[in-house]
Ligand binder design. Structure first.
Ligand code: ATR
Length: 282
């Protein structure tokens, strides 16, 4: 449908933002639900991010998503931050409140957990230790979500072990940091293995990890979704582990923002997945 003068507007701020799948994802929901609204890409250079965020209420925006490299800057630029975003140290969803102030949240960990709930119904976070490969921004959101869901221990395994130790110190709780060279030992008795590094992504290096010690009942997931079936997921599936691909995390993290801005709880469906995949493949 066409936009009226009353259309609700939101968008995604990033630099660059051209690769973002969010406009296509939110656009699908807007069309599906016949909402008078728009979700637009907002290419904002790092020097301008504070001003751009402050301008959202002045421009009448309902809010915005914030993506790489602005998630930390957004934490500083909003008026209030929810507890989860504060612990992660990054904001990915901004809501313009009725009084024009800005609330910041982080839905990445929520999206991660919802994706596992949808893709692996029998898996429970409290069933065993989780192994998280990588210690960047995505890892922070996932570690916080796993601890909140009751994981008894999260083993953060990273090439640069000091970064894993910093993450553990910042977040607190039952986190153990280990170097990538000790990945195999960390896998023993694990209930979940997550790759949050860029390894395995098209154009990046290969993730070279020996899965032999991983229990057959462990769930394996990857936040890389280009390709959708990474070598890690293929290797895990070949030895009988359940696997969940990473695209669903992106789809599910978008739900709370859409609901807040456009007033309708959106659904993650196979049609949505296909629609977003068409951009990835196109
Ligand atoms: P994001 O914020 O999206 O998670 P990031 O901060 O760039 O991304 O983190 C990338 C992760 O992939 C890091 O854990 C990084 O390890 P280092 O902290 O040691 O840099 C990991 N990574 C990237 N390339 C890697 C490689 N060639 N070998 C091992 N780990 C790698």
């Amino acid at each position: 449908m066409g936009l009226s003068g009353n259309a609700v507007v939101a968008g995604v701020m990033g630099w660059p933002v051209g690769h973002s799948l969010s406009p296509r994802l939110h656009g699908f929901w807007l069309a599906r639900y016949g909402i008078d609204g728009a979700y637009v890409p907002l290419p904002v250079a790092p020097d301008n991010v504070a001003q751009a965020i402050a301008a959202l209420p002045k421009l009448g925006f309902a809010g915005a998503n914030v993506t790489v490299p602005h998630k930390q800057a957004a934490l500083e630029a909003v008026d209030r931050v929810d507890g989860t975003a504060g612990r992660i140290g990054a904001v990915n969803t901004i809501i313009v409140e009725a009084d024009g102030t800005l609330s910041g949240g982080n839905t990445d960990g929520y999206g991660f957990m919802e994706n596992l709930a949808a893709g692996a119904e029998d898996w429970r976070a409290d069933a065993g230790p989780a192994v998280v490969l990588g210690a960047g921004g995505a890892a922070r959101a996932i570690v916080v979500a796993l601890l909140d869901a009751g994981a008894p221990e999260v083993r953060v395994v990273n090439r640069t072990v000091s970064k894993a130790e910093g993450l553990a110190a910042d977040i607190g709780g039952a986190i153990r940091a280990a170097p990538l060279t000790e990945a195999a030992a960390a896998l023993a008795d694990a209930g979940l293995l997550v790759n949050t590094t860029t390894l395995g992504m098209q154009g990046h290096g290969e993730l070279d990890i020996d899965l032999t010690p991983l229990p057959p009942a462990a769930l394996v997931t990857d936040i890389v979704y280009t390709p959708l079936r990474t070598d890690l997921l293929n290797a895990a599936a070949a030895r009988g582990n359940a696997t969940v691909d990473g695209l669903g995390m992106l789809l599910h993290q978008a739900r709370p923002g859409f609901a807040a801005w456009f007033g309708r709880e959106p659904e993650v469906t196979p049609e949505l997945r296909d629609h977003v995949l068409a951009q990835l493949e196109g």
